[in-house]
Design a protein around this ligand. Sequence first.
Ligand SMILES: O=C(O)CCC(=O)C(=O)O
Length: 299
Amino acid sequence: MLTSEQKEFYETNGYLMVENVVTPDELAKLREITAALIEASRSVTESNEVYDLDRGHSAETPRLTRIKIPHKRDPYFWELLRNSGITEVLNDLLGPDTTILTSKLNTKAPGGGAAVEWHQDWMFYPHTNDDLLAFGLMLEDVDEDNGPLMVVPGTHRGPLLDHRANGVFAGAIDPDDPLFEKDKIVTLTGKAGSMTVHHSRLLHGSAPNVSDRPRFILFYECAKADAWPILGASSYFHALGQRKFWEDVQDRTITGKPCLTPRLKEVPVEMPLPPAPDNSSIFKTQESAGAKSAFNRMM
Ligand SMILES: O=C(O)CCC(=O)C(=O)O
């Protein structure tokens, strides 16, 4: 699927935009399932294991920041990752043996849907090597106004920025950090069915949705099978016990087979500790830690 130019672009810049990665039928099915999941959120009054609610959510007007782990909510999200144009991009960038870390459907509601402060995903889950990436499949058109993803090219090869605030892991950088090169920001807009790819060390964020349209991006966070978690979100399985651990490893295999020999690479690592008061999602981590917002000022 990817040309050698696209692969080189990803290597150099740490991100990529791939157009028409899914077919119109696949896109239509994803939208239908998403609409049904949002419909079902009307009866939900507090964030739970499926939904992360945005301010102002009600039965009349559902407002979500996220549907959590969509591939566990409907098998179609998993099927698509394992057998579609997305799979080809995955294997082109990470090779034949791949595993999923997590998935999320970020659903920025119209008229202010929450910003995601600038961060490097790697800070949430350091691994033994950094062959980790996130796909962001646009389920609707994404433009400047509805909260597009923004990236700083090349930062995947740079230093880790400080993600602490008020003594805890805030999952966000300080917008005044001199290492934050705002003049290099690239905004990733595109048509529904396009997909962004970003390396886990790439600095990225996204503004609030100031349009009257929702912004639906389906994120899959994936790794080469020889990258093993040191700590953070995906290290939950260290607590599973050996048998469940093994089942989980197999369940998370997207393509190829698990790799029982972790590859160790000299990569910078910081532990995401101490945890924020509420670390149940990136939104809650950033908010409860009192991370400074870059977007209040940029807008
Ligand atoms: O939804 C977005 O725009 C960004 C999401 C993101 O960076 C994250 O959840 O780590």
